[in-house]
Design a protein around this ligand. Structure first.
Ligand code: PGA
Length: 256
């Protein structure tokens, strides 16, 4: 049975005190949890957030990394560094990285490989633009974006999570319908089966992201191929993030 993962992507939000206040609340509420809980703060706060959540069920992840282990790459952060400040996960290929910073599937494949080498769990984000959905290219786009896995072995897939985030649903308040989400997730699982076989396809978690809120989380998380949520805006407030985690716990108990 796949364990539900609820991840909060803070993006470039929350200064130090606001972030630690949020994580204080989370770690107090979840000393243990039946779902995996992850928060991804901005890089300068990874260590302080990690210090706040250690001993609880809340894990910390980076929002990005560079593939080289060290060196003259001004402004970048390595997988080693993420590990060093307490991260156990990292987001790779978020649509904002793809769109604002021009990250390609080729670059992302190197980042995925580097993150796995450093023992980080990778959350590889994929998702189509509105124009791509409207011109019926969703599946072709998702298939291409899975080339981010081109250097990943079947064994390493145990440490990979896919996040389906239709770009038109990110930060817009428009959520994919449960049917649209389930359909894309089932397609992705089918592709994983082609790439890695049945066992890996069945074991790999596929999260949904894009305007996940307290009031739509349970329905989304109840879909058979939706194994969690990657939450942006609603992860910035304890109340709304906790409500989504609670929806995850409820969906998890139905899976058991
Ligand atoms: P959103 O962002 O929940 O604010 O739509 C999701 C994401 O970008 O991961």
């Amino acid at each position: 049975m796949r364990q539900i993962l609820v991840a909060g992507n803070w993006k470039m939000n929350l200064l130090g005190t606001a972030g630690t206040a949020l994580t204080d609340g989370l770690s107090a509420k979840y000393p243990t949890s039946s779902v995996e809980i992850l928060v991804c703060p901005p890089a300068p706060y990874l260590a302080s957030v990690h210090a706040k959540v250690s001993g609880s069920a809340v894990r910390v992840g980076g929002q990005n990394l560079y593939f080289a282990p060290q060196g003259a790459f001004t402004g970048e952060v390595s997988g080693d560094m993420l590990r060093d400040v307490g991260c156990s996960s990292v987001l790779v290929g978020h649509s904002e990285r793809r769109q604002c910073f021009g990250e390609t599937d080729e670059l992302l494949a190197k980042k995925v490989a580097a993150a796995l080498q450093h023992g980080l769990q990778v959350v590889l984000c994929v998702g189509e633009l509105l124009a791509e959905r409207q011109s019926d290219q969703t599946e072709a786009v998702l298939k291409k974006q899975l080339t981010g896995l081109s250097q990943v072995t079947a064994e390493q897939m145990a440490n990979v999570v896919i996040a389906y985030e239709p770009v038109w649903a990110i930060g817009t308040g428009v959520t994919a319908s449960t049917e649209q989400a389930q359909q894309a997730h089932a397609f992705l699982r089918g592709e994983l089966k082609t790439l890695y076989g049945e066992q890996v396809a069945v074991a790999t978690r596929i999260l949904y992201g894009g305007s996940v809120k307290a009031d739509n989380a349970l329905e989304l998380l109840s879909q058979p191929d939706v194994d969690g949520a990657l939450v942006g805006g609603a992860s910035l407030k304890a109340d709304s993030f906790i409500a989504i985690i609670e929806a995850g716990i409820q969906a998890m108990s139905r899976r058991a």
